[in-house]
Design a binder for this molecule. Structure first.
Ligand SMILES: NC(=O)c1ccc[n+]([C@@H]2O[C@H](COP(=O)([O-])OP(=O)(O)OC[C@H]3O[C@@H](n4cnc5c(N)ncnc54)[C@H](O)[C@@H]3O)[C@@H](O)[C@H]2O)c1
Length: 303
């Protein structure tokens, strides 16, 4: 029982990875607020069914849980969900944010609502809950927050500009909140999962190619339980991947080469030193997805 009597909110807990996390948290003794808006992969047709079904499963196994079919992308829902944890269980120890949707489109074809909806559910959704949860955890002097990014947010994915931007934003939010909350004994860590769920089962092209080693949603849950436990009290500001039976830690972006000039740079001077002293750090997915890099310019107009 690694999280016995801890109170945990798990968003997106009605299906897929979130459901597996809610079940394992409960198995390890947590009281779980199962939050899921019950929507389709593109965010439409809400239903309270998935959240209620997971609560039923937890209770049948002797655990404690309540269902909230609320929309994490709504600011006031953040307040309501955190308040429900306090009203029912009296405190809040863990916030695990798994809720998410996809609206794939190439950048030049993307509609404004496809951009806004994905940013709203993932990035603003994380803020909406973390704003209220951190207030409570600061008063308590303890807490564990797990955010969910994607390798697509860390490495890019050509047909998912909205999703990549939201998921990269979540990494920045994780780092900021880890720094802000450390002195209150609150840890904030991020997971980039890979598992076959209804979200990934329908992918095609490069996004599907990136999923070849994916395992099951149940493979992600043990890392979450560990990060929410007292054994991980000192772990914060990290990004981990869980994929099948593999767990990996990601490095933080760091300067890899620097060049300094004795006066302000000119574009001409940058062009002179660029290839030998600064250069590029190629995105790994160019090779992995077999995407050709742009060729060198043959005239001063680049064609
Ligand atoms: N499955 C993977 O391989 C993979 C890879 C990278 C990242 N992720 C991320 O992991 C998370 C879970 O993905 P999954 O594959 O389990 O997806 P899923 O579609 O199986 O489950 C997502 C759940 O989130 C809920 N949800 C969606 N919008 C919501 C909202 N506004 N408010 C509350 N609940 C909402 C849905 O109803 C659904 O039950 C997502 O953030 C996803 O981006 C998954």
């Amino acid at each position: 029982m690694m999280v016995k009597d801890k109170v945990a909110i798990v968003t997106g807990a009605g299906r897929g990875i979130g459901r597996a996390i809610a079940l394992l948290m409960a198995e390890h003794g947590a009281k779980v607020v199962v939050c899921d808006y019950g929507v389709s992969v593109n965010g439409s047709e809400p239903s309270s069914g998935p959240a209620e079904a997971v609560v039923k499963e937890i209770k049948e196994k002797g655990g404690e849980a309540i269902a909230i079919a609320d929309d994490v992308s709504n600011f006031e829902a953040g307040r309501r969900i955190v308040q429900a944890a306090l009203d029912t269980f009296g405190r809040l120890d863990c916030l695990v944010q798994v809720a998410g949707i996809l609206r794939e489109r190439m950048i030049f074809n993307m509609a404004e609502d496809e951009w806004d909806d994905v940013i709203r559910v993932h990035l603003k959704g994380h803020f909406n809950l973390m704003k209220f949860a951190t207030g409570i955890m600061r008063q308590q002097g303890s807490g564990s927050i797990i955010t969910f990014t994607s390798v697509a947010g860390l490495e890019g994915s050509p047909g998912q500009p909205n999703y990549c931007a939201a998921k990269a934003g979540i990494v920045g939010l994780t780092c900021s909140t880890a720094l802000a909350m450390s002195k209150y004994n609150v840890t904030v860590n991020c997971i980039a999962p890979s598992a076959i769920t209804r979200m990934t089962g329908r992918l095609a092209g490069p996004a599907a190619q990136a999923m070849t080693d994916a395992g099951e949603p149940e493979d992600i849950a043990p890392l979450v339980v560990f990060l929410c436990s007292e054994q991980a009290r000192h772990v914060t500001g990290q990004v981990y991947t869980a994929e099948g039976y593999k767990i990996a830690i990601w490095s933080h972006p760091r300067e890899i080469r620097t060049v300094s000039n004795h006066e302000r740079w000119t574009p001409e001077r940058i062009a002179e030193i660029f290839e030998n002293q600064l250069g590029q750090d190629e995105l790994s997915r160019f090779k992995r997805l077999d995407i050709p890099l742009p060729g060198r310019a043959t005239s001063e107009f680049g064609n």
